[in-house]
Design a binder for this molecule. Structure first.
Ligand SMILES: CCCCCCCCCCCC(=O)SCCNC(=O)CCNC(=O)[C@H](O)C(C)(C)COP(=O)(O)OP(=O)(O)OC[C@H]1O[C@@H](n2cnc3c(N)ncnc32)[C@H](O)[C@@H]1OP(=O)(O)O
Length: 153
């Protein structure tokens, strides 16, 4: 099954968090699961904050790209369009808020689950919860905006 990020056009597929063309990036993969979206990610030893626990910046990055991917997929779904149809929806982060609820253990695979809170014009608000072994350790919310032309290098 193809992930949302597998449909990103080449010119926006280099993001450190979610770009499939960024060999040094996280290359997250996000899928629908009913009305929710899900990403699974295996942190590596270099993602340490305090020994035994995952660096919060990585968790923020995972939530960020999970939510921008969800925003794009939700917009396609709202318009009843396939993700490979044109014109492509491209979303960037307007704001990212993360609450760290508990230390996140380094070792287990993490699961991020997202839900669309609001679609309004060019804006999609997505909330996400990050789990380690079924325990919610971080929660976040992203305001994602359709990418303006000024973003093109
Ligand atoms: C399949 C392909 C996928 C391809 C996907 C590619 C994946 C890349 C994803 C990577 C994620 C990133 O790291 S992206 C990189 C980090 N982000 C950035 O660098 C973004 C820099 N900022 C900007 O370019 C701009 O400020 C924008 C695009 C975010 C917003 O500018 P704008 O588009 O002119 O927004 P504007 O019309 O004023 O406002 C529209 C609505 O959004 C709200 N809004 C505007 N800015 C913000 C904000 N910062 N925080 C909260 N809300 C905001 C406004 O209140 C308004 O709400 P209302 O009044 O209508 O309710």
């Amino acid at each position: 099954m193809q992930a949302f990020q597998d449909f990103y056009p080449e010119n926006v597929a280099h993001c450190y968090g979610c770009g499939r063309l960024n060999a040094d990036g996280h290359q997250i993969k996000t899928f629908w699961d009913g009305d929710e979206t899900v990403t699974r990610f295996q942190p590596k030893p270099e993602h340490t904050a305090i020994p035994g626990f995952v660096y919060g910046g990585l968790l923020a990055s995972l939530i960020d790209c999970h939510c921008t991917g969800t925003a794009a997929a939700a917009m396609y779904r709202a318009e009843n369009r396939a993700m490979d149809s044109l014109p492509a929806f491209r979303f960037v982060t307007g704001s990212l808020q993360v609450s760290y609820l508990k230390p996140t253990p380094l070792g287990p695979q993490l699961e991020i689950r997202g839900r669309v809170k609001e679609i309004k014009g060019r804006k999609v608000v997505v909330e996400a919860t990050l789990y380690a072994e079924g325990v919610a350790t971080a929660r976040g919310e992203v305001v994602a905006l359709q990418m303006p032309d000024s973003f093109t290098a």
